[in-house]
Every structure is written in C-alpha cells, then in structure tokens.
Write a protein that binds this ligand. Structure first.
Ligand code: NHF
Length: 457
C-alpha cells in the first residue's frame, strides 16, 4: 500500500483531451488495487465537495486568496484549488499568461495544502506529476518535501517559459537563463521520467536522452467498461445491420464504412493526409470509391473544416462530415457499426482512438508511429495475430492504398476481417488494461523498473 500524491492540470469531469481520461483512470485504478491517492488539481470552475482549507499566497508583490475543496470521487481524494484565476473555465488559459499564472498559483498553493495535510496526516510516499503545467507545483514540492517523484509526459510540448515565472514561483535557482523549458526542469528534478509508449519514447529520444538513466515508458490502458459491445443499443443485430441503420440515420446508403474521429489540427492528427487520400481515391478509382462511405468527425482548424465540408459536398453520397462534438454514447454506436477507423496522426504518444475502435470491433488503419504502432498488430507483419493495418505517416498515397486494400478484403475475405476484429478485442481488453499500467507505475515509484538504455538499443 502506498500513499500517492498525483498532480494533474485536467481531472474528470474537467476534460480537454485524453489527458483527463488517463490521469483519472490511473488514480482510480491505483486506488482499486489498494493504494491511497490524493489528487491536486486547479478547479477550472468545477467546484465540488467541502471547503477544507484556505490560505493566502504571495504573488507579484500582492496576496491571492486560495480555497481548497475536497471531494471523494470513486475512492480518490480530489483536492481542487480555487481562486479568481484558478476558477477560469479555460483550462489552458485565459491566454498564455493566464495559463502560466494558473500554473504558478497552483504550484505555491500545492505547497500550502501539502504543509497542512502533512501536519495532520503525514507525508505521501511518492509524487506523480503529469505534463508540464504541473512542473512548478512538482518542483516546489520536491524542494520543500523531497518526495521521490515520477514525471509522466503524455505529450511533449517543447515550449519556453520566461525565467521570471520561475523566479515568481520561488524556483529562481532552476532558471539561470532568460527562457526555460519546463519539461527539462520537470525531468531534471524527477527521479523517474515516463512517457506513454515505447515507440514515442524513442521517437523523441532527442529530448529523453538528456535524462538517460531515468527515462522509461508505461503504456496507458483503455476503459473497456465503457467502450464495450455489450452496451450497444442494437447489440443483438449483426454488425452489417447496425452499419446499415446508422448510415441511414446519417443520410447515407449502405457501403463499406471508414471513420475518422478526432481533433482537426494541422500539427498532429493528420486530417490533411486523410482528405488527400480520399480525394485521390475519388478521382483515380471512382468504381471502388462508389462502394465506400466515409464518416469524418471532429472540430478545430477552420481551413481543415472547410476543406472537409467542400469534399463532403462534392461527394454527398459517399462522405458525411460532422464538425460538432458527439455524445460519447453515440460515438460508441459508431465504433460498433463501422468497418474501419482511420488514425492518420503524424505522431501519437499513445492514442485512444485505435483502442476504442479495437474494443468495439472496428478495424483500425493507423500511422506506424508511437502508441498506434505499439498497440496495433499489422496485417503485413502477422496475419494470424493482426488487429489492423499500419501505414507510414504523412503519406496520402500509402493511406489510399490501405483503404483500397481493406475494401477488397471486406469483399473477398470477410473471415479474415472477423478474425482481426476478434484479435483487436482481445488485445485491447487483455494487453492494455489500466491495471497493467498501474502495476508498472508502482514499479516506477519504487524505481524498480527497466529503463531505456541508448547503448543497448
Ligand atoms: O493518449 C493520454 C493522451 C495520449 O496520444 C495521446 C496524447 C496525449 O497525445 O496519455 O495524452
């Protein structure tokens, strides 16, 4: 049994992306397997539970009043920090300065609360902090309380912060230069540095090599209790029937269905690669294209949204573009009905989409990068165990080729595809559980864990 202090900028129900899901699952699973977990997080306007503590912190020559609310959430003790700024609903804002202000206030207030809790209940055994926004807090906690610390990077941000923020956070000894990368600071003060897949660790070795001897990986899991076929509305219908029905509700006739779901951004998710691949098939293989249906779902960059809509209106029989947030339950219905899910990311530390797809029997076609590469067993590598198909990133022709190949397989070898669906379900349920992840985190906390060793790779 360990007492673990976890720091996260997102914690459910406050959620921007996959980070909240990951931190919450880690905290809850650690609790379930017999540990005590405290989570410190900014309120971001979500005030729940009992006010247990108030303090003033000195900030920019003035004083800021901070209140702390404690709630029990699935066995985890969650402490949310509240102040004018920390209550702002924009999790990574308001603006760049607002966000840094939040990170510094959160840091100082974490020391205040921990001082109070230590006096009452004693010290946690270990500190586990996530992503760079919690670095001020973690570094201050290390400075004042010397807890063994694990730093988990879910996605490298590679930003620079003006040194004066560190000075303001009482960490001037760590900021001797005008611009400081907080990820370096976090990894420097941590005892163990982890990221969320083995391939991502090596892809970003230019960063992690600076911390060789501390760096390793711990895979995420997937919450199969929610992403579960048993919970589908039409779970008793054959998959093709579910597909036909759901396409009909979206105004499309039946066909072999490919889905993309994710953020429309220009730096990571590869929406442009997908749109080019679809254009390429529509122009060069019209007869194959006529059998295909594409559901392209997500929001974000206005240019990408426009491009998707233009393509959708050029081929209204084949393409449906949805640029609004869908309910999680409806997304589950989609995963449980479509044939394939496309994950064309440029890079992906772990990636939830391919896991959700595999849980629900949709076959992922994904870029051979990061967590996508480590979780999908590709048809080209091992036909027996295959769960999907991997393609090189940023390569619309290769993706178009993969889409055509899977269309032909869908017609010619449906047994192979059902085997792949089964393999995918097994892989997501057995190999990538949060319990496995947490057992490995416990090893990281004890520093009883294998590391990435450059001269052995
Ligand atoms: O799954 C949670 C998530 C990852 O690949 C994802 C990412 C951010 O980019 O660990 O963090």
């Amino acid at each position: 049994m360990m007492k673990i202090l976890m720091l996260g900028f997102e914690y459910l129900p406050v959620k921007v992306g996959g980070l909240a899901e990951a931190i919450t699952s880690i905290a809850e699973t650690l609790t379930r397997i017999g540990n005590e977990v405290w989570v410190f997080t900014p309120s971001h306007g979500h005030i729940e539970g009992e006010k247990i503590f108030e303090m003033n912190i000195g900030i920019y020559g003035g004083k800021e009043r901070i209140k702390v609310y404690e709630r029990a959430q699935n066995g985890v003790r969650v402490f949310a920090f509240s102040s004018n700024l920390l209550d702002n609903k924009d999790v990574y804002g308001p603006g760049w300065e607002g966000m840094l202000g939040k990170a510094v206030q959160f840091g100082k207030a974490s020391v205040g609360l921990l001082n109070y809790l230590i006096e009452k209940e004693g010290k946690p055994d270990v500190l586990h902090f996530h992503d760079w926004h919690t670095v001020f807090a973690a570094t201050l906690i290390k400075k004042y309380f010397q807890l063994p610390a694990t730093f988990t990077i879910h996605r490298l941000n590679k930003s620079k912060v003006p040194a004066h923020y560190f000075h303001e956070a009482h960490l001037r000894e760590l900021a001797p230069y005008p611009d400081i990368d907080p990820e370096y600071v976090g990894a420097y003060i941590a005892d163990v540095v982890t990221t969320v897949s083995r391939s991502y660790l090596w892809e970003e070795w230019d960063f992690y090599r600076n911390f060789e001897g501390k760096a390793t990986y711990v895979y995420n899991g997937i919450a199969c209790d929610f992403w579960n076929e048993e919970l589908l509305e039409n779970k008793d219908l054959p998959r093709e029937e579910r597909r036909r029905k759901i396409l009909e509700t979206l105004g499309l006739s039946d066909g072999i269905t490919f889905m993309f779901i994710g953020r429309f951004d220009k730096g990571q998710k590869g929406v442009d690669t997908l749109l080019k691949a679809v254009e390429n098939i529509a122009e060069n293989n019209p007869s194959e294209f006529s059998k295909m249906r594409f559901l392209i779902i997500g929001k974000g960059d206005p240019e990408l949204e426009k491009w998707a809509h233009v393509l959708g209106s050029r081929y209204p029989e084949n393409i449906k573009v949805i640029t609004k947030m869908l309910k999680r339950e409806f997304t589950r219905e989609l995963y449980g009905s479509v044939d394939f899910v496309i994950v064309p990311s440029y890079f992906e530390p772990f990636g939830l989409v391919q896991m959700e797809a595999m849980c629900l029997g949709a076959i992922p076609i994904g870029s051979a990068v990061g967590g996508i590469k480590d979780t999908i067993i590709s048809l080209d590598e091992d036909e027996e165990k295959a769960t999907g198909l991997l393609v090189p990133p940023r390569d619309p022709n290769a993706l178009a080729g993969a889409i055509l190949k899977m269309t032909q397989l869908r017609e010619k070898d449906p047994e192979l595809l059902s085997k792949m669906r089964k393999n995918g379900k097994r892989r997501s349920k057995e190999d990538f559980t949060w319990e496995n992840a947490c057992k490995r985190y416990i090893k990281a906390y004890r520093n009883d864990i294998d590391k990435a060793v450059e001269f052995l790779s």
